[in-house]
Design a protein around this ligand. Structure first.
Ligand code: HEM
Length: 281
């Protein structure tokens, strides 16, 4: 028997579900072995995001170790440089500058950065997946080709390492692009220039127009639970004066919470800040 998903939209309840390990993600089975050419289905089965228990913990830790080696200040400066109009034509659409900088920081040669961006942009919608993105045909083929190309651009790492690096890039893509787009729109609309610092602009954007709008879990007993992050961020009980509060990115649930919370908050904010700052100056 199937039942409609339970939608949770109160800030405290969303946070409680995210903190409770009895609410699980639907695990994607581990592939029996790495295929000859890695595919997006292989990638999904090999990352922490779609694993549970000890497997999730180990794969998450591998990603955190890679993230710990990245310097947010350097990432921000590089995003700023590449997104600056003085730097000449943009190497890729501006909202994908964070992915470009991240790909190079993870080992893609700088001259191959734009190709890596195209590969990640093809992989990302089928990795998460975005509803309607998997047409079973051209989009899936492009995503599979994207994973294989990323492997080559990253120097053909061992499958476990490829899963960590490609997983980080696929996770980063849609969310950072959404944040950059929304922050640029908010910054441009702000003609009286009340936006203050770029950090404030990003924090308000993350709370009010979150690039990740909903998360999903399976409740004990099997019912699907949809966590409405956008609504929780506007919950009047958590944010009594949403119009006036200075945008508190730690109170907003846009990076998730609990054992599966985004491990890349600092990296994401640095990449978005450098990009947005270069454009809105
Ligand atoms: C504005 C940008 C970003 C937002 C809003 C965001 C948001 C999130 C959220 C809400 C989750 C939790 C998903 C869940 O609980 O089901 C998550 C997980 C994750 N994010 Fe991010 N993210 C962003 C950028 C990034 C970047 C740049 C990276 C990599 C460099 C990244 C890597 C990850 C990974 C690996 C996970 C899975 C963690 C796990 O399953 O334990 N994210 N992200």
């Amino acid at each position: 028997m199937t039942s409609d998903p339970l939608v949770v939209n109160l800030h405290a309840e969303v946070r409680a579900v995210l903190a409770d390990p009895r609410f699980t993600v639907d695990p994607v089975p581990r592939p029996p072995q790495a295929p000859e050419a890695p595919t997006v289905a292989w990638l999904r089965g090999a990352v922490g995001r779609f694993a549970e228990g000890a497997e999730h913990a180990a794969r998450r830790a591998a990603g955190e170790a890679v993230l710990a080696g990245l310097d947010p200040g350097t990432l921000r400066a590089e995003a700023f440089r590449l997104a600056s109009p003085e730097g000449g034509p943009l190497p890729c659409p501006v909202e994908l500058i964070p992915v470009l900088v991240l790909a190079v920081a993870l080992g893609v040669p700088a001259e191959d950065g734009p190709r890596a961006v195209e590969a990640v942009a093809a992989v990302a919608p089928l990795y998460l997946p975005v509803p309607g993105a998997d047409d079973g045909g051209a989009a899936r083929e492009a995503a599979d080709a994207g994973v294989a190309l990323l492997s080559r651009l990253l120097g053909e790492p061992a499958p476990e390492r490829l899963a960590v690096l490609a997983g980080l890039l696929a996770q980063a893509c849609g969310a950072t692009a959404g944040l950059v787009r929304a922050a640029l729109a908010a910054g441009r609309a702000d003609t009286v220039n009340t936006r203050g610092t770029v950090e404030g602009l990003l924090a308000r954007t993350l709370r009010d127009d979150p690039p990740v709008r909903a998360l999903r879990r399976r409740a004990p007993g099997g019912r699907e639970v949809v966590l409405d992050i956008a609504a929780a961020n506007r919950d009047p009980r958590a944010f009594p004066e949403p119009g006036r509060a200075p945008g508190d990115e730690h109170a907003s649930l846009t990076f998730g919470a609990g054992p599966r919370a985004c491990p890349a908050r600092r990296v994401a904010l640095a990449l978005a800040a450098g990009t947005v700052e270069a454009v809105l100056r």
